[in-house]
Design a binder for this molecule. Structure first.
Ligand code: SF4
Ligand SMILES: [Zn+2]
Ligand SMILES: [Zn+2]
Length: 393
């Protein structure tokens, strides 16, 4: 059979017929990190694939069942979820995703049906799936896309998000980082003390909050999933970054000073489930990873957790949910003292912490933006100076 891998693209021949699980083992692929698609359908690990077939192995990490029977109706399953010891057919899998989202929303009082919700949509599987689930559940959810200026990758993501919004008749806000704030993410490489992903994350948080507050949204929802949150927690624990642990939450309340409420309704669902959701629902999403992801350390923590999950299904969920349900309320509730004492940034007016020395309080975004624009200016000057006189630069 021909086994086609996505991102990076390659085709491998494997002798068939073979079970999906055996085929992945032969290729040394961790089944936790991929979905297998045959003839346009998801297939589980005990499905036998004929020798003349073509299958696609699609990675699902952001930043990589005879056939099993559905646990609900006993029809042929399209996905197995080892941590729930369950498998689902397509309609019951959609029910499973919605029930996990419903559970997340009600446990943490994330949303009400009266709320106007702004979903941060990137074109990736998680944020599009989140928007889709919320719309299907009857929430008043609009989208916002931030153009990061990362070449073809950003162009394609923008097209995908626009097409989705149009197909659903949903409202989409679009902001371009370069037009609005003067820089694109690729210009932030090689900065002193700041990684591109760091600048990117800060810019996203700032721009989304700004639109949410300016347009009077009650709450902002992001597509962070179980893998994202567990990896973040692992990183914080490994370095004992207790202030970050105090701030790690799946719901952050609004503050008087102008910070919108933020929620993460997908935190009980893994990335594999979100990719499967998009495939089952026919949602087109950007499969390629952001080309700048190399600087993102969260990926390594995801890989480590996937290795643990492969041998002990449920590890990721126990690790994250234990923190959210027991450790955080007992040891970190109220520890995020920053939230209580916000003042307006003297440059942009958005909320920030007061300056320690009693001087002007300038928010992290404005400080970073000044630094980035200065560096870009210097580079442009240097490039101009390097052009010999009389040559058009
Ligand atoms: S990988 Fe880094 S640069 Fe790319 S979208 Fe994510 S945070 Fe931004
Ligand atoms: Zn079923
Ligand atoms: Zn500011």
């Amino acid at each position: 059979m021909k086994v086609k891998f996505r991102h990076p693209e390659r085709v491998v021949d494997v002798a068939g017929p073979a079970r999906v699980g055996d085929m992945l083992a032969r290729l040394d692929v961790n089944p936790e990190t991929v979905l297998v698609i045959h003839a346009g359908e998801l297939v589980t690990k005990d499905v036998v694939i004929p020798d003349d077939a073509e299958v696609e192995v699609r990675p699902v990490i952001s930043g990589g069942a005879g056939a099993a029977k559905c646990s609900t109706c006993r029809a042929t399953a399209v996905i197995e979820i080892p941590r729930h010891r369950a498998a689902y057919c397509a309609p019951h899998f959609i029910d499973h995703v919605r029930s996990q989202v419903r559970d997340a929303i009600s446990r943490h009082r994330m949303l009400s049906y009266n709320d106007r919700i702004l979903v941060a949509v990137s074109g990736g599987k998680d944020s599009l799936a989140l928007w889709d689930v919320l719309l299907d559940m009857g929430y008043r959810a609009d989208g916002m896309y931030l153009g990061l200026g990362i070449g073809e990758y950003s162009d394609r993501s923008a097209d995908i998000v626009r097409a989705y919004a149009e197909a659903r008749g949903a409202t989409l806000h679009t902001v371009d980082l370069a037009e609005e704030y003067g820089y694109a993410i690729p210009e932030t490489t090689r900065l002193r003390n700041r990684s591109s992903c760091g600048v990117c994350g800060l810019s996203k948080r700032y721009a989304f909050n700004r639109i949410a507050v300016d347009h009077g949204y009650d709450v902002m929802a992001t597509g962070h999933n179980l893998d994202d949150e567990a990896a973040q927690l692992l990183g914080n624990v490994l370095r004992w970054q207790t202030p970050f642990m105090a701030r790690q939450s799946v719901v952050l309340p609004a503050t008087d000073g102008g910070m919108a409420k933020k929620v993460k309704p997908l935190y009980r669902l893994g990335e594999r489930e979100m990719a499967a959701y998009c495939i089952v629902q026919g949602i087109n999403y950007i499969v390629e990873e952001c080309p700048m992801v190399g600087g993102n350390t969260v990926l390594r923590f995801k890989e480590a957790l996937n290795e643990l999950e492969r041998h002990s299904p449920g590890t990721k969920a126990q690790f994250l949910f234990g923190f959210l349900d027991r450790v955080r309320p007992q040891h970190f509730e109220g520890a995020d003292t920053d939230a209580g004492a916000l003042v307006a940034c003297t440059s942009c007016g958005q909320p920030t912490t007061p300056s320690r020395g009693g001087g002007d309080a300038v928010c992290a975004f404005c400080r970073t933006r000044v630094h980035v624009l200065r560096q870009i200016g210097r580079r442009r000057d240097a490039a101009r100076a390097a052009v010999p006189e009389g040559v058009d630069a």
